[in-house]
Design a protein around this ligand. Structure first.
Ligand SMILES: [Zn+2]
Length: 175
């Protein structure tokens, strides 16, 4: 932990000449961008593989592993309105609330957002985004929010899978 902090500090001083988080490349975020023509002209569907690049880009350090296979489908409902649906499943790794060891959570993802086309662009507000004609669409925030909302609130192992040493320590304290 201390090493990580020192490493980040050094990187900041060196103006990011060393990548802060070498696991994912910034270019991995390109797959979250849909070109303007696709968004505006027709229905579309594609598979989206989501890994740690998304959580690193969002600086979500509680998640230490992620592997999602999602389907993104767009339905043109009017000349100025398209609805995008996101569905699929995957796993996210985080610290168990009970024993603090890593726990792998299985997550079903189901979400929708509305894209409006208007004169003035407006950022994604949790439900919709407004694009100007000719704008590309970046769905990173939408995908990230959708996964985070679908994570279970209580993030724990089945009790028999929790780290027994930690459980013994906790129950020792409580007695
Ligand atoms: Zn546990």
């Amino acid at each position: 932990m201390v090493m990580v902090l020192i490493f980040e500090k050094v990187c900041k001083i060196k103006k990011n000449t060393i990548p802060l988080r070498p696991k994912a490349h910034k270019s991995d975020m390109k797959r979250y961008v849909i070109d303007a023509q696709t968004v505006q002209q027709s229905d579309f569907e594609f598979e989206l593989q989501v890994g740690m690049e998304l959580f690193e880009a969002m600086e979500m350090t509680d998640i230490s592993g992620a592997d999602f296979k999602l389907t993104v489908s767009g339905h043109k409902e009017a000349s100025n309105r398209t609805v995008i649906e996101l569905s699929g499943e995957g796993t996210a790794v985080t610290a168990c609330d009970r024993c603090l060891d890593d726990v792998t959570l299985e997550v079903d993802v189901e979400a929708a957002m509305t894209i409006l086309f208007g004169d003035e662009a407006k950022a994604f507000d949790g439900e919709q985004v407004t694009l100007q004609r000719g704008d590309e669409l970046n769905i990173a925030q939408f995908v990230y929010d959708s996964i985070m909302l679908d994570l279970p609130i209580v993030r724990v192992h089945d009790i028999e899978d929790c780290n027994p040493d930690m459980i013994a320590r906790i129950s020792g304290k409580m007695e």
